[in-house]
Design a protein around this ligand. Structure first.
Ligand code: AMP
Ligand code: MG
Length: 492
């Protein structure tokens, strides 16, 4: 075989109860949709040494590359608040780990690669639509600078999958700092397997939070670090209007990356109560609930870690409570710093949070598009003669005028020049996000017409979210009424 993937596996060295050694199930007619050549190079894989057929075989699981040690990992989780003692990789298989060009260890995982001992009633497969959605949205998040798993490859399998209808099957190759979840800790803690919880914590410290290993109390430092990473991640989501959709504890990465893109969506009109997911009937994972849910999930993690925090249960609970108490301030700090940047405020002054909140309230009252409002506000930062494009987004434009007057007074206290401020704002307020109607149209073209041109174009647009490109101007526009996406589906 011509291609080498420089595997260097560590999770597979953990005790056997952490996973099950399972090979992918070969598929009938693998076809490569896309290989992320830039990411491949970053992982030390030479894409030029890989023929299209060879790539299709490898990323379909038909050929196991040298050095891979395929495993399905064990985890549990709270799904919509309900405890499920065993979930695990029911349709994903970890091929192994590689150390990337920045020295960061990354998992390479096939998703949709066939049944495993954790499949329960499922077929172990994935449909093309959700694979393309995860590919596009995860790559868009990466381009926005938000911690996320990445997409290395997508293939179709040549086999149908049975969902509510018959759909083409596909497999996504996903790259992550790791696939260790809050639910991985829960799996062992629930079984009273403190030794495994400790081994897992040690593995996570070595892999993701080495500074915690040097701390006086490493496990407390680990918990603090995960809490901070999650708080900062969710703040980043909120600032771009990302709605994860299924923030179950098994979908929450210990490394602080966005993971498990299911019925995720980007908010259109600003409204904290927004949900899209068809399976989120009660709005548990609504946009505005995400920060609170993050804390709830971290409380589940802290419970798992109690035996590591102190031998005395009361003292351990005190430690955990103390650690969780920092979540809100980490979140608020990250969120408000982000909002200040979105408003062009380089300095931190009293009243800034209120100013930002008043804009959000006016946006909510006036049903303005989140992405477009901040993008156009960036141009308005150059001077009031550029106000019209943003003010016309408001049903009552005077609501914008009243707010903008206060904003301009505040901007006068900034040392930066207007043009410089505008450019800085354009660097944090994206022109392009994966708008739901574009994602749906891309999926329809691929699934119904075997047309992958919209997929390629969407990836091209979203790879540079902060650069206006006139040829792609339509991708910055909100949906027409008939294009609106009201609901997104898991598709599992
Ligand atoms: P998800 O909602 O995709 O995060 O998945 C929740 C759980 O269901 C995980 O344990 C998955 O491995 C499992 N699962 C989802 N879809 C399938 C499938 N088609 N076959 C087997 N297991 C699945
Ligand atoms: Mg999941």
């Amino acid at each position: 075989m011509s291609v080498q993937i420089p595997f260097d596996n560590t999770y597979a060295r953990l005790p056997e109860r952490f996973f099950s050694r399972t090979d992918p199930t070969p598929v009938r007619a693998p076809r490569l949709i896309r290989l992320n050549t830039e990411l491949a190079r970053h992982l030390g894989i030479d894409p030029d040494a890989l023929t299209t057929d060879e790539a299709a075989e490898i990323f379909a699981g038909n050929r196991i590359p040298t050095g891979a040690e395929p495993i399905a990992t064990a985890y549990a989780g709270h799904q919509f608040g309900s405890w499920v003692p065993q979930l695990g990789d029911g349709r994903a298989i970890l091929l192994g780990e590689v150390v990337d060009r920045c020295g960061v260890r990354r998992d390479v995982q096939l998703k949709g690669s066939g049944r495993t001992p954790f499949s329960r009633m499922g077929d172990g497969r994935a449909a093309l639509g959700p694979v393309l959605r995860e590919y596009v949205v995860s790559e868009a998040m990466a381009a926005l600078g938000i911690p996320t798993t990445r997409a290395l490859a997508a293939v179709t399998t040549g086999e149908p999958v049975m969902r509510e209808q018959v759909l083409p099957g596909a497999i996504l190759t996903r790259v992550a700092a790791s696939h260790i979840r809050v639910g991985t800790f829960e799996f062992f803690a629930n079984r009273g397997d403190t030794e495994a919880v400790r081994l897992l914590a040690d593995h996570v410290i070595a892999r993701h939070y080495p500074a915690a290993g040097d701390a006086e109390r490493p496990y407390r430092a680990l918990l603090d670090a995960v809490i901070r990473a999650q708080a900062e991640l969710i703040a980043r989501w909120m600032l771009v209007g990302f709605i994860h959709g299924v923030m179950n504890t098994d979908n929450m990465s210990i490394a602080g990356e966005t993971i498990d893109y299911g019925p995720c969506a980007f908010m259109v009109e600003y409204d904290p109560a927004t949900t899209f997911s068809s399976i989120d009937r009660w709005g548990r994972y609504a946009y505005g609930s995400q920060p609170g849910i993050g804390q709830w999930n971290l409380a589940r993690l802290a419970e798992c870690m109690l035996p590591l925090l102190d031998d005395d249960t009361d003292a351990a609970i005190e430690e955990a409570t103390d650690a969780l108490g920092a979540y809100a301030s980490h979140y608020e700090r990250a969120y408000h710093a982000g909002l200040r940047r979105k408003l062009g405020l380089g300095t931190d002054r009293e009243g800034d949070a209120e100013l930002a909140q008043d804009l959000l309230n006016a946006m909510h009252d006036n049903r303005t598009d989140l992405t477009l409002t901040f993008r156009r506000l960036s141009d308005a930062a150059a001077g009031p003669e550029h106000d019209e494009p943003v003010r016309s987004l408001f049903m009552e434009p005077e609501a914008y005028d009243r707010w903008a007057e206060r904003w301009r007074r505040r901007l006068e206290q900034e040392p930066t020049a207007p043009a410089e401020r505008r450019d800085a704002m354009r660097g944090v307020n994206p022109a392009y996000v994966p708008r739901n109607h574009r994602v749906e149209a891309m999926i329809r073209a691929a699934v119904d017409r075997d047309d992958f041109a919209p997929f390629e174009e969407l990836l091209a647009v979203l790879s540079r979210p902060f650069d206006d490109r006139p040829e792609f101007a339509r991708y910055a526009e909100p949906p027409d009424p008939h294009e609106r996406v009201l609901e997104t589906f898991c598709g599992t």
